[in-house]
Design a protein around this ligand. Structure first.
Ligand code: ADP
Ligand code: MG
Length: 697
């Protein structure tokens, strides 16, 4: 049957079953491959239409498609859609009645289902994988497949077992779908699911209507810069991402002199957050200054500008956030401000979140073969609750500790050090990639597309970013080069002429001591924009070790430049850059105080202004009211049940401080719950409804 399905019958199914007039870009190619029985890895951004790529082949192939989905909310959403199309769908997850799940199994075995959705932890239920194998599915879809990779931000240990059960369910084709897989995660998915032959479809990361700008702006100047940018009508509505609650509050306060603006972060009362969300959606607020928590459920099509006032933690996160601009298709802007100080801040977060192996070792040594309550262990090692839980969590994840659902811990295997070091290194690399992105001398959009692994589309320049169109930048004004700069620029061209390219460190040393690496970067970017040279990654193998470095080489055009030729090269900032600072004077009395405050912050406290640090200490400091205490107790009971059900330690379900944060906020909806520190999107999706039920009860 499947062999006979040509293009025209795929079109028929698309129209008659799904009610769509035509395929979107790339959908048809994926459908054809999967209908034909090929394994596929599909990486496309959220909203691109990935679901159809397994749903249509499922209908076309006949039989039952098995769909693994990690989030109950997503699963319910897909099930409802398919049922509304008149398809036969069953589902099994922890939020359902026993009877419903049992019926789904019966229907599956009877072959009356077209789709069976399951949560991954189901596979741990004894007998369930065998039951599935009794009647082989006609297709297996793994949604949100990045959860399988411990490099992914939503790592789900349960996803790792999939690989071990798939062989018994074959020969069905496997299609893995995700929106956020970097090449490393893609390799992980393919390896763990045993789908080495999978066809890869990585598309759609380019956004045509987004002009990206990355600007080096000193921390104390950013606040005024944001105000100046957003004082222009056409730049609004806007979302500004700030690195901490404190910064968000400061910015929102100052922005109110320019337009209706508000902060949005986890420290605000739930009603306030709901209101900000509503008002922004309705257009009465024109700017929201948010910490990372903002964005869940944000579906505002006409956002014109997204500004980051600090270096983001990952390229993927940054891409998601700038993606909130221009959903309506009209031209929009994304502006990222950074400077050297951001790098130091990230290093601070890294050592905080990934403590040195010694402090893990201290906790590990305190563990015994006999299980003991975690509180007692903590008292013995004399560590702060926060440091202790972090060390414990890392040990648990990497096998150094075994913890039962009552939070009693015993010593695990001593092999935890290597994987822990690997994970820390991975995090460090992610920060390095963000740094590489902002320092890059190439088209910003192309760099992002390339980052996600689309090597073909990643070669196409966007034409509108700060690299492609330097005169169009707003946060980084450009000006003609000065005489002195021209001299240096020509010196660089001379140093590269008649060579196959040189590493940047060699280039710097050949140019003599007068130029710093940082200045060299600026000059190279200017020459790259003028298409006289390219800067790219290169590698060199020495003693069997691969050494990565950056290399500059002249283009043909660059080779042709003669000493007497006129050069027209634009440099960033300078005279107009200085003008920006004076131009930024905005009427109002608090300008001085604001920049002073910013200055102080830079001098002393900058490293402490991270959002999670703020939120954690805030949650700890809070004295809960009587009703808050009661809620905390109820939440603890609920957590104990979940821990038992999922057979994981309670603190892996939610940390004490997160529970306290929930008890304090008493959230009434998912958005408010998601804004509580410690409640990432994954936790909110997984436990959200249950927690809300506890809060209501
Ligand atoms: P993803 O999983 O990639 O985030 P979805 O599969 O949920 O995206 O699809 C996003 C939206 O696009 C859905 O509302 C879906 O109905 C719609 N959609 C998908 N394919 C098509 C199509 N060919 N024509 C019109 N709408 C489509
Ligand atoms: Mg999806």
């Amino acid at each position: 049957m499947q062999a006979g399905l040509g293009a025209s019958s795929l079109d028929d199914v698309l129209r008659s079953v799904f009610g769509f007039g035509s395929f979107r870009a790339n959908q048809e190619a994926v459908c054809r491959a999967v209908v034909g029985g090929a394994d596929a890895l599909l990486v496309m951004p959220t909203g691109a239409g990935k679901s159809l790529c397994y749903q249509l082949p499922a209908v076309a192939r006949g039989g039952t498609a098995l769909v693994v989905s990690p989030l109950i909310a997503l699963m319910e959403d897909q099930v409802a859609k398919l049922e509304s199309l008149g398809l036969a769908v069953g589902r099994i997850h922890s939020g359902l009645d026993r009877a419903v799940s049992r019926q789904a199994c019966v229907d599956y075995l009877a072959g009356t289902l077209q789709f069976l959705f399951i949560a991954p932890e189901r596979l741990r239920v004894p007998g369930f994988p065998e039951l599935l194998a009794k009647r082989k599915p006609s297709l297996i879809a793994i949604d949100e497949a990045h959860c399988i990779s411990q490099w992914g931000h939503d790592f789900r240990p349960d996803y790792r077992m999939l690989g071990q059960y798939l062989p018994a369910l074959r020969p069905a084709p496997v299609i893995a779908l995700t929106a956020t897989a970097t090449p490393a995660v893609q390799r992980d998915i393919v390896a763990q699911l045993g789908m080495a032959q999978a066809q890869k479809f990585i598309h759609g990361f380019r956004r045509e209507n987004l002009a990206i700008e990355v600007a080096e702006v000193a921390m104390p100047l950013r606040l005024e810069m944001v105000c100046e940018l957003l004082s222009r009508r056409e730049m609004r509505p806007a979302i500004v991402y700030a690195p901490s609650r404190k910064r968000a509050e400061e910015l929102a306060l100052r922005l109110r002199e320019v337009c209706p603006a508000a902060a949005y972060h986890a420290g605000m009362a739930a009603e306030m957050r709901d209101e900000v969300h509503r008002e922004f959606q309705a257009g009465r607020l024109e700017c929201v200054v948010a910490t990372i928590a903002f964005g869940m459920g944000i579906d505002k099509a006409d956002v014109r500008t997204v500004i980051h006032v600090a270096l983001p933690a990952t390229v993927e996160g940054y891409y998601q956030e700038i993606g909130r601009a221009g959903r309506d298709g009209a031209m929009s802007r994304a502006i990222l401000m950074h400077s050297y100080a951001d790098q130091r801040q990230h290093e601070f977060f890294l050592t905080r979140d990934y403590p040195p192996a010694d402090s893990l070792e201290r906790v590990y040594r305190a563990l015994t073969v006999e299980a003991q309550p975690m509180d007692e262990i903590r008292a013995r090692v004399e560590m702060e609750e926060e440091d202790f839980s972090r060390a414990m969590e890392k040990l648990y994840i990497h096998g150094g500790a075994e913890v039962d659902f009552g939070d009693n811990a015993r010593r695990g295997s001593d092999g935890w050090k290597k994987p822990y070091a690997r994970q820390t290194e991975y995090r460090r690399e992610q920060i390095g990639l963000v740094q590489r992105y902002v320092d890059g001398h190439e088209c910003r959009m192309a760099a992002l597309v390339m980052h996600f692994g689309d090597g073909a589309d990643g070669r196409v320049r966007c034409g509108v970013c700060d690299f492609c169109n330097p005169t169009g930048t707003l946060a980084t004004p450009m000006r003609p080069m000065t005489r002195g700069e021209e001299h240096t620029l020509r010196g660089i061209l001379d140093a590269l002429r008649n060579s196959t390219g040189k590493s940047l460190s060699r280039l710097a040393s050949e140019l003599g001591g007068g130029i710093t690496r940082k200045d060299l970067d600026v000059y190279l970017a200017a020459l790259a924009r003028a298409e006289l040279l390219v800067v790219e990654d290169a590698e060199w193998v020495k003693d069997g070790e691969t050494i990565l470095f950056r290399k500059a080489s002249l283009t043909e055009q660059g080779e042709r430049v003669e000493p007497g030729d006129d050069l027209e090269i634009l440099m960033p900032g300078g005279s107009s850059g200085a003008a920006t600072q004076t131009k930024l004077k905005v009427p109002g009395s608090n300008q001085q105080t604001t920049s002073q405050r910013a200055g102080n912050q830079r001098g002393g406290k900058v490293a402490r202004s991270g959002s999670s640090k703020d939120s954690r200490s805030a949650a700890q400091a809070v004295e809960l009211s009587a009703s808050g205490l009661e809620l905390e107790k109820a939440l603890k009971e609920w957590r104990g049940e979940v821990a038992k059900r999922l057979r994981i330690p309670a603190f892996m379900v939610l940390h004490d401080r997160t529970l306290r944060g929930i008890a304090e906020a008493a959230p009434r909806n998912l958005a408010a719950l998601g804004a509580v520190a410690g409640m990432g999107p994954a936790k909110t999706d997984k436990y959200g409804e249950e927690i809300l039920a506890v809060c209501r009860g």
